[in-house]
Design a protein. Structure first.
Length: 259
């Protein structure tokens, strides 16, 4: 099985909301999607961890649909802080099995792999949160199948990147209980996130964690404890490829794309 992990396209139909977003964000996104669509072997699914668009307008989501059109495999998305919950629901209605209620949480299956998608969006804010009802939903899912290999997809990372200003705007409310649920599990657990705009991998609470970089811009790396919020940097862009073989061995590759 092959899964591509992408994040933070920030495409916009009119003008960007985020100052750091490159003016040709849509064209950069098309290059990534074209690379994924032409990849051999074919991908079984795409995992897109938020900030699909930059302004959350209907025109933004129409542009996104056109960009994603070359893909003929499932695209599993979660909202980011620049997405619009109602707009994203409308764009993927009938495609993704969104649960009832206000949040865009859902469960999906890729063979033996379970995907639990979490909506961490706090509308109008940069940071992310999970409310008690979402955490109850997650606890129920993890308890129901305690040995199932599981990917948790979310936009805001619950684990630290080590970049202080960016970590302060990651997952805040609900993070402690989320960590307790992760630490309590015994099954193979992977957490895929976005938001930080750098490709990062970590082990946290016993789970393998990964943040996808963003083709719309990439943050500079600054691990000094008192460092200001980093600006953008011109670095090579890559998305992650998750390969799972018949023996359940998981291998992760970087696939570089010239933007």
């Amino acid at each position: 099985m092959l899964i591509a992990h992408i994040s933070d396209f920030h495409v916009f139909a009119d003008a960007p909301e985020t100052p750091l977003v490159r003016p040709d964000a849509a064209e950069a996104a098309r290059k990534v999607i074209d690379d994924i669509a032409s990849h051999q072997p074919r991908f079984d699914a795409i995992l897109f961890t938020g900030d699909l668009v930059d302004c959350g307008t209907a025109a933004d989501y129409a542009l996104l649909a056109d960009i994603l059109a070359p893909l003929d495999m499932p695209v599993l998305v979660v909202p980011g802080n620049h997405d619009n919950r109602a707009g994203l629901r409308a764009a993927f209605d009938g495609i993704l099995p969104f649960g009832e209620g206000p949040y865009l949480n859902y469960e999906a299956r890729l063979g033996d792999l379970r995907i639990l998608a979490l909506d961490t969006l706090v509308e109008g804010k940069v940071h992310g949160a999970l409310d008690p009802s979402q955490l109850d939903w997650l606890a129920e899912k993890l308890t129901a199948e305690p040995t199932a290999p599981t990917v948790i997809a979310m936009h805001h990372p619950p684990f630290p990147s080590g970049i202080p200003k960016l970590d302060a705007m990651a997952l805040t409310d609900g993070c402690d209980r989320f960590g307790e649920l992760v630490a309590a599990g015994n099954a193979p657990l992977y957490i895929f996130a976005g938001h930080i705009h750098r490709p990062i991998q970590a082990v946290w609470k016993g789970a393998f964690c990964q943040i996808g970089g963003g083709p719309s811009f990439q943050h500079a790396l600054d691990l000094r404890p008192q460092a200001p919020e980093p600006g953008s940097i011109a670095e090579p862009y890559a998305y992650f490829i998750l390969r799972i073989d018949a023996q359940a061995t998981v291998t992760i590759h970087k696939r570089y794309v010239s933007l």
